[in-house]
Design a protein around this ligand. Sequence first.
Ligand code: MG
Length: 317
Amino acid sequence: MTGFVFGAATHTGKVRRTNQDQLLTNAPMFAVADGMGGHRGGEIASAMVVDALATAATVATIDDLIEEVQEANVRIINRGRLDRELKGMGTTVTVLTGLQRAGPDRLGVANVGDSRLYRLTDGTLCQHTEDHSLVESLVRDGRLTRAEAAVHPQRNIITRALGIDERVLVDAWELVPVVGDRYLLCSDGLFNEVDEDEICDVLNSIGSAQAAADELVDRAVTAGGRDNITVVVVDITAADIGDKPPDDRVIATHLALQDPVSTVESPDTDALDGEASDLQSGQYRHESVPAIMTRRLVLLVVAALIVLAVLLTAIAA
Ligand code: MG
């Protein structure tokens, strides 16, 4: 059975009035969620996904984990429909869990949005999750460098979140737990303030998971604390894994298709979490499902017309 030692810390930061991040340290289930959407919405959305994971049935496979995230998404959408004040609330979620089944020990990871999971192995930090954000898409397309993305004014725009579309796209991985590996789950309030070299230094130099989590949060606050900051550090202290693990620890990957159907922008730090009217002010926005369907229909018609034109040209020739 996989052994875990963990520590966690969260802070509202210096600018926001409320902390809409949530964390879960209920071994073998660990999670970070970063909520968004008006006065109470963000807090409620992130709390709902964390509560859903805390009370999840046995998670034996990454498909089970994806299912749990999907169910939390539906619950958040339904809650938003019941209460106008919560309409449009959303949240990211990054989960790390020990899979509960017979055979060699395995970890499950799931991610939606721009919270992150990193792994520290032999002093080297690597990011397992891929941000579902506008700037990450631009980096992937070669239109922005990693350094430009780190300071881009629109780096708070995310392309996936729970609470927006009925069927959320979830990325997931199955990993081999290796004794000595250290995992870090965090919200963007950490990595937007503290660069990865410094995060790596802290994780390398502080043995206690709790002390490392506290230090990372302190550094993010000191660096500006412009957002809520949440950190969970998980050390693997025991594992029965069978064969030699792959260097990247990855046994299986489920990457949902890149399909930025919605664009969600967190509130600006100047006008944070105070008013429900944030939802109308444009600081937080998402496209409605009808708008997405209309756009897709238009694209389909245009594609059909192009095919028709090519066919007619070919016949005429
Ligand atoms: Mg955040």
